[in-house]
Design a protein around this ligand. Structure first.
Ligand SMILES: NC(=O)c1ccc[n+]([C@@H]2O[C@H](COP(=O)([O-])OP(=O)(O)OC[C@H]3O[C@@H](n4cnc5c(N)ncnc54)[C@H](OP(=O)(O)O)[C@@H]3O)[C@@H](O)[C@H]2O)c1
Length: 306
């Protein structure tokens, strides 16, 4: 495994992290505590030391599965979670961004995660109005002083202006940015990633497999029908457009014999701003394949961003 410094923090994170939205049950299946623990244990063996979860992947459900798996191995992991939402049914969320609500969520996350401190606590896909709340950040910095949070981060999304939230991140006390970045979503290369580099903000690339489309296992014409798989809600024409693009990339960019999922993760890690990719994974086989991407990263420019 390769490790990179996460922005100006002291955290040296594995370039391959572990995303755990899947553990919340919105990706077509539920997970038992034993399944989640097996994934985390194997991840640790492979040198992975960064896990990302959130308050609303199920009602603290993903956090709870991660927390149970962390018992006895907490020191081996950097644990990242988020605030601002409450799970309200499949793909439905209540918004909870007031300081009081976030403080209550923080306590619930600490309990679910079986930990006394969260390594990275991230503002979760909020609007600029929700972000520009000095009282919220003052409360959060007090939690840092109290030792309940080690670092603050901002998970930017189209619900706000990423440029605005990145520029203000340091002012509010945040040192890490989480952003969608993958071979199909290159928008951040224009402004967001250079701004993070200029401000020495650590970057976590989320959705690095484009919700699984860049895994290479889906062909043109594929449909997602399981009602509890969030992809069943994606517009069908968008899915087909993405799959056509994936097919073109598979034929023209992925070297023969290289698994597309590993290639896609290594592709993200070529960008000098990116410290860590956090692919969601559903079983140990996927995890092992994703961890193998680290072998593609070190070779001299094997992927060449085009
Ligand atoms: N707003 C936010 O802050 C936010 C939003 C989204 C995600 N995230 C974080 O980012 C993480 C990653 O994003 P994501 O999970 O949405 O998307 P992703 O990582 O692009 O795709 C994950 C999916 O790809 C498939 N997959 C993974 N590894 C594979 C492999 N080796 N071979 C074949 N298929 C593989 C699995 O689904 P199938 O096997 O079913 O295809 C898996 O559920 C999340 O888990 C979460 O921690 C944060």
């Amino acid at each position: 495994m390769e490790y990179r410094r996460l922005g100006s923090s002291e955290m040296r994170v594995s370039v391959i992290g572990l995303g755990t939205w899947q553990f919340g049950g919105e990706w077509g299946r539920a997970f038992t505590a034993a399944e989640a623990a097996a994934i985390m244990a194997r991840a640790q063996e492979l040198g992975i030391n960064f896990v990302d979860t959130a308050e609303c992947y199920g009602d603290h459900l993903s956090e709870s599965l991660v927390g149970q798996a962390l018992v006895g191995r907490r020191d081996a992991w950097y644990v990242a979670t988020k605030f601002g939402h409450r799970y309200a049914g499949h793909m439905q969320r209540d918004l909870l961004f007031s300081p009081r609500e976030v403080q209550d969520q923080l306590e619930a996350s600490l309990v679910a995660l079986h930990t006394g401190a969260i390594d990275l606590y991230q503002f979760h896909s909020g609007s600029d109005a929700q972000f520009d709340n000095d009282d919220l950040w003052t409360m959060l910095r007090k939690q840092v002083e109290a030792g309940k949070i080690r670092h603050l981060g901002v998970s930017v999304s189209s619900k706000g202006d990423p440029a605005h939230q990145i520029q203000r991140a340091r002012d509010v006390g945040a040192t890490v940015i989480q952003i969608v970045y993958n071979r199909l979503e290159r928008g951040p290369e224009a402004r967001s990633l250079p701004a993070c580099q200029a401000l020495d903000l650590g970057v976590l690339a989320r959705v690095p497999l484009a919700s699984g489309f860049l895994s290479g296992k889906y062909r043109l014409g594929e449909t997602f029908t399981a009602p509890n798989d969030l992809r069943s809600g994606f517009p069908p024409e968008d899915i087909q457009q993405k799959l056509a693009e994936v097919q073109r990339i598979a034929e023209s960019e992925v070297p023969p014999g290289v698994p597309m999922a590993a290639w896609a993760l290594a592709w993200c890690l070529q960008h000098p701003a990116v410290a860590c990719v956090i692919p969601g994974c559903k079983d140990v086989m996927q995890l092992e394949l994703n961890a193998g991407a680290t072998n593609l990263v070190d070779k001299a420019h094997p992927l060449a961003i085009t």
